[in-house]
Design a protein around this ligand. Structure first.
Ligand code: ACO
Length: 211
């Protein structure tokens, strides 16, 4: 499977390791980042600006993309700007992840090492389930959500589009995170968090409005 990685920062490095270590036989054919001015074949990989995705997709018909950028907003902006079909994106699952056969995972989402995604979980497009995170049964993770390392969504939690659950945070069963809400690292969420709000601490309390 031919892959193009969009973004060449910290998150992208971890995805690169996932791809290289995978038994699925993936091959990185291109790395796109706006630090590159034009599309060039360097070594055995294309490197170029993100806008060259369309040219590449025409050149390599089997190519699938992954947006390897940790910021939820930037992932969404890039996906919106590129306007590629969801079939153009690859879903990546680390070989060490435990994913229920009844879980559904959307296009462009990345499931990192030592994660658990349990029964009847639904994960949208371009989401990140980061290293060691657990998404318990019946939870819903929307598009562009990031569940940071070692965070825990217990049963039937809902995290709407763009929500960011900080490292090591816990959300108790059935609680809902509104769109683009943020939970601080280490928080324990025991109440719903409204859209665009940030909550921190144990029990989690809302702080200032985020943008
Ligand atoms: C591989 C990877 O790296 S994946 C990336 C994972 N990233 C994370 O887990 C980061 C999660 N982010 C956080 O926890 C951040 O601190 C945020 C988003 C919650 C808040 O960030 P900011 O909006 O910049 O808030 P800021 O730092 O100004 O703090 C505001 C207040 O909240 C408190 N606060 C901030 N974060 C936390 C937290 N995690 N737990 C408890 N209190 C916190 C601050 O002490 C401050 O309190 P004060 O007003 O009494 O002084």
């Amino acid at each position: 499977m031919d892959l193009a990685l969009i973004g060449e920062g910290g998150h992208s490095k971890v995805i690169k390791d996932l791809i290289i270590g995978s038994k699925q036989g993936y091959k990185i054919r291109a790395i796109l980042d706006d630090k590159y001015e034009q599309l060039q074949f360097v070594g055995d990989v294309y490197r170029g600006p993100i806008s060259s995705a369309h040219d590449l997709a025409e050149q390599i018909s089997s190519l699938k993309f992954v947006i390897g950028i940790g910021s939820n907003r930037i992932r969404k902006t890039i996906a919106d700007q590129l306007g590629l079909t969801s079939e153009s994106y690859m879903t990546l699952i680390h070989d060490s992840a435990i994913v229920s056969p009844s879980a559904l995972i959307g296009a462009g989402s990345v499931i990192m090492a030592y994660t658990i995604v349990n029964a009847d979980v639904v994960i949208g497009d371009h989401a990140i389930i980061n290293s060691g995170a657990i998404v318990e049964h019946d939870s819903y993770v929307g598009d562009y959500v990031h569940i940071a390392p070692k965070a825990l969504l217990t049963g039937a939690v809902v995290a709407h589009e763009g929500a960011m659950i900080g490292a090591g945070a816990t959300i108790i069963p059935g609680k809902r995170m509104g769109e683009w809400a943020t939970v601080g690292a280490g928080a324990t969420v025991i109440h719903d968090i409204p859209a665009y709000r940030t909550a921190v601490g144990t029990p989690a309390r809302m702080i200032a409005k985020s943008s």
